[in-house]
Design a protein. Sequence first.
Length: 227
Amino acid sequence: MASHGKKYRAAAEKVNPDKEYSLLDAMKLLKELTYTKFDSTLEGHFNVRYKSSQNVRGIVQLPHGTGKKVKILVFAKGDKAEEARAAGADYVGDDDMIQKVQGGWVDFDFVVATPDMMKDVGKLGQVLGKRGLMPKPKSGTVTTDMKGIIAQLTSGRIEYRADKTGVVHVPMGRLSFNADQLKDNAEMVFQAILKDKPSDAKGDYVVGMYVAGTMTPAIKINIKEMR
């Protein structure tokens, strides 16, 4: 396993691994630690009490957005296609776009479809499903409200789910944001995960939280202060 470079080790020396930081202090420290030339992503890692039978997933709207320009593909025809274009969708089409995706094209972050298109969009399960991009009524991405869903997707909506080990990994903004904005975003994600606690989950649900930049050490958060 390769060792970390000098910049990472220097950053790690500023983090007390035995300390649980307040959320605001952690954000201030992360801004000091980042050393990348690009605008690093704030990453949140939430340990939840998890059973394989539980479906740990949800949606959260970040109050200060993600800092990322997202690309949206919409499957729609006629007036709804025009509405999607007017609302800011990057790619809009029907059979032509379906054929393009079937050919392996996946240069987009979100997929929206009108209900009448889902019979054909369903054929893209192998491409979209494994990437978590298949439109679903529950997530609001199967809809006729083009203006509403595109506004959500472009203003900081995040979909999250737990991995097989019970950890939820969430991008929560950019380290160019100020510390208060980063704190607000992280707090919103924490509360959303608590709110989506499975009905059969017992005891404390979120049992650990760490934050990090793209190439910084992780910082442990005092979650007792956040409950």
